[in-house]
Design a protein around this ligand. Structure first.
Ligand code: ADP
Ligand code: MG
Length: 624
């Protein structure tokens, strides 16, 4: 008896599984399938991406459905159109030997009437995105009042994308008697809330450690100055000529900007994010699958549906806030038994995030140096030599050889080789000849000048325009600096900058962690102010308001607002234009002037083969 039969699956499924070439059930399949087949229960199954969750619910679902009844019996909700189509496709493959079973995909960006018509013809299983499903229900195009099963797939992502209300509303049109199967890679609070609000004491299945990444993936990080992020990215691409990668940024805006720069610099790159139309996204994914795009720059949400094997590198251009997100990102590589590398480009002040990831994922990062220009040149040269060696020669060329030989007659073989190689190589060597070392050097800060006693007042370049009020800034600083409630005082928030105090013992920490720290894509700069902020004694901020209870907060930082990459505009210059700096004394030598200068010598990289299909699509706002 084969392993899948042992789980209780019937012949038609076992046949289809054979066709698919699955030999052994994955762990989540092993745990979920018998349970779902034997019992009519609600379950919550947690297993990381790529562990075969689709089949874990798909197999038992197909077996439990009555194919002779044409009514809709199951609804599978999934976050994106990509995933919706992927699941539909899988379910169709699994059920190919089940006569009369029909699965219909329901998603935005395609004709709602066509989808409604397909459902009318009889669809026992509907796979839908929440938005379009809600639409169909409102328009009375679908009836889910008699479904027996509802699957919430990639529940964490659906909630991330703001589908809670849609899900709630859709579920309100389903009968209480239905069973709900929730599948998710992670279990954030919102998912727990769904389980609590909409499920009937679900049985929980957890596979592996909740946050463990794939063991096929090695993790590396490169410490650079924040201004060198992009140059470092280029070098990482150049040192891996066959790179096939997904590059993650935190915001749509950064995603678009990085992709545009890469394209401008001649790389086969494109952006993937939610502001692209569905057609544009499909186009990008098609080019990526077809390898016309080597570097796909994506937001976390947009990349969730990427199911492309063979991705060699995942590059965290910026680290995400959540370790779980990092787990997802790195899971884009090392798939299907292959190995992959997950790279993090960070500034020194973010180093502690690495140990946090290491702790939670129970994995180790390797610290690496950004390759030098000369290393890259050598690798590119060898790559080129190999390419020349491997190139197929078309016999057509014989016709032209006499003339070509005539032109090249004077060259020795050695000279010929040099010239051919130089054709490709010159641009690398000229670009990298004078390149500097990008790996961040030990802190240039002059620690001798850190005050050792009394209170220290700081000037920091974030304020109201970054959505901070004194309370949220204090919270932000406390969390970032890991300081206690009373370690920070006299927090004073102005439009474009703020002040705060700590005891001198924390000055070193404040300066080293906060300087260069990125908040919403903006680099924080902190300086020690000579002004002590009034009396030297401590007082609580704004007196009576700190009495606890329900604090009336202003908008929290870290919301949707994004900052444009800073480009050439220097924080310092901008601030000094304001003339509001009466509170700020002379800085005490903590300025790292260099940090505000854009790299000029590395603006343009060597051009690569570039073809028109790979340019970044234009932005167009889109409602999903
Ligand atoms: P998840 O939803 O957990 O991210 P998927 O269901 O998309 O994972 O499965 C990932 C890949 O693994 C798919 O290509 C799928 O066909 C394949 N797969 C699933 N189960 C098995 C199995 N038992 N043996 C081999 N491959 C499998
Ligand atoms: Mg899945």
């Amino acid at each position: 008896m084969n392993k899948f039969e042992q789980l209780g699956l019937n012949e038609s499924l076992v046949l289809a599984i054979k066709d698919l070439g699955f030999e052994n059930p994955s762990e989540v399949q092993e745990k979920a399938i018998p349970l779902l087949l034997e019992k009519d229960i609600d379950i919550v199954a947690l297993a990381q991406t790529g562990t075969g969750k689709t089949a874990a619910f798909g197999f038992p679902l197909i077996q439990k459905i009555n194919a002779e009844n044409r009514g809709t019996q199951a609804l599978i909700l999934s976050p994106t159109r990509e995933l919706c189509l992927q699941i539909t496709n899988e379910i169709k493959l699994y059920s190919k030997y089940v006569k009369g079973l029909h699965t219909v995909a329901v998603y935005g960006g395609a004709s709602i009437n066509d989808q409604a018509r397909d459902i009318k013809r009889g669809a026992q299983i509907i796979v839908a995105t929440p938005g379009r499903m809600q639409d169909m229900i409102t328009r009375n195009l679908v009836n889910i009042e008699n479904i027996e099963y509802c699957v919430l797939d990639e529940a964490d992502e659906m909630l991330n994308m703001g589908f809670y209300e849609d899900i709630r509303s859709i579920l309100s049109h389903t009968p209480d008697s239905k069973k709900t199967w929730l599948f998710s890679a992670t279990m954030p609070q919102e998912v727990a809330r769904i389980a609590k609000d909409f499920m009937d004491t679900p049985t929980e299945i957890t596979v592996g450690h909740k946050n463990q990444g794939s063991t096929n993936v090695s993790h590396e990080f490169y410490v650079v100055n924040a201004r060198d992020r992009y140059s470092a990215l280029k070098r990482l691409a150049d040192v891996n000529p066959d790179i096939f990668s997904v590059i993650f940024c935190r915001t749509k805006r950064d995603t678009q900007a990085v992709a545009e720069k890469l394209v401008e610099d001649g790389y086969n790159a494109a952006a993937l994010h939610g502001d692209l139309s569905q057609a544009q996204r499909d186009g990008v994914m098609k080019s990526f699958r077809g390898r016309q795009i080597q570097m796909l720059v994506a937001t976390d949400v947009a990349a969730r549906g990427i199911d492309v094997d063979d991705v060699t590198h995942v590059i965290n251009y910026q680290l995400p806030d959540e370790v779980e997100t990092y787990t997802h990102r790195s899971g884009r590589t090392g798939r299907a038994g292959k190995t992959g590398t997950s790279i993090v480009i960070i500034s020194k002040s973010e180093m502690r995030k690495i140990s946090q990831i290491e702790r939670i994922m129970k994995t180790k990062f390797i610290e690496k140096n950004v390759p030098s220009g000369m290393e890259i040149c050598e690798i590119q040269l060898l790559h080129l030599a190999n390419k020349i060696n491997d190139v197929a020669v078309d016999s057509e060329i014989d016709n032209y050889l006499p003339k070509i030989n005539e032109v090249l007659a004077e060259l020795s073989k050695e000279d010929l080789v040099k010239k051919i190689v130089s054709m490709e190589f010159n641009r690398f060597i000229s670009y990298y000849r004078k390149s500097r070392d990008l790996t961040s050097q030990p802190s240039e800060r002059r620690t001798g000048e850190v005050p050792t006693d009394g209170a220290v007042r700081y000037f920091v370049n974030i304020g109201q325009r970054d959505d901070f009020d004194w309370m949220s800034l204090k919270d932000f600083l406390r969390e970032t600096l890991e300081l206690g409630r009373d370690d920070l005082f006299k927090v004073d928030v102005k439009e474009g900058f703020s002040f705060f105090n700590t005891d001198a013992e924390h000055a070193d920490k404040v300066m080293s962690i906060l300087n260069g720290y990125e908040h919403n894509g903006r680099r924080i700069n902190v300086e020690i102010s000579n002004n002590d902020g009034g009396s030297n004694s401590r007082r609580r901020d704004h007196g009576g308001r700190s009495g606890g209870g329900d604090r009336n907060r202003g908008p929290r930082p870290g919301g949707d607002r994004n900052f444009a990459p800073r480009g050439e505009r220097s924080d310092r210059g901008e601030r000094s234009d304001r003339g509001e700096r009466s509170d700020r004394g002379e800085s005490r030598g903590y300025e790292r002037r260099d940090d505000n200068r854009e790299p000029r010598n590395e603006r343009r990289g060597p051009a690569r083969r570039s073809d028109s299909s790979t340019s970044a699509p234009a932005r167009r706002p889109r409602r999903s």
